[in-house]
Design a protein. Structure first.
Length: 87
């Protein structure tokens, strides 16, 4: 949870923003009254209901890029898998 980008989550995914007219709560107030309580609730639910088993595996792999694709190669230089990323 410490790696979460709250700004991207609250603004980008959840759409928290101050009303353009300047009336109503500020963005900071929305974060404290809506964003963080909602996030805490979701994190608590993940933990209490055992809904997430977070893990990571990392390593170094030979790869090349082509257009919007990242191509992971095997030891002989053949394509092992491909990830397409939108631009």
């Amino acid at each position: 949870a410490s790696w979460l980008d709250e700004g991207a989550l609250f603004k980008g995914q959840w759409g928290l923003k101050q009303v353009r007219t300047g009336e109503g709560p500020s963005y900071e107030e929305l974060v404290e009254t809506e964003g963080r309580p909602r996030l805490r609730g979701l994190l608590d639910r993940l933990q209490t209901e055992n809904l997430l088993e977070a893990a990571v595996v990392h390593g170094y792999f030979p790869c090349v890029s082509k257009d919007d694709d990242l191509i992971v190669l095997d030891e002989q230089g053949n394509e092992r898998t491909r990830f397409t990323f939108p631009r």
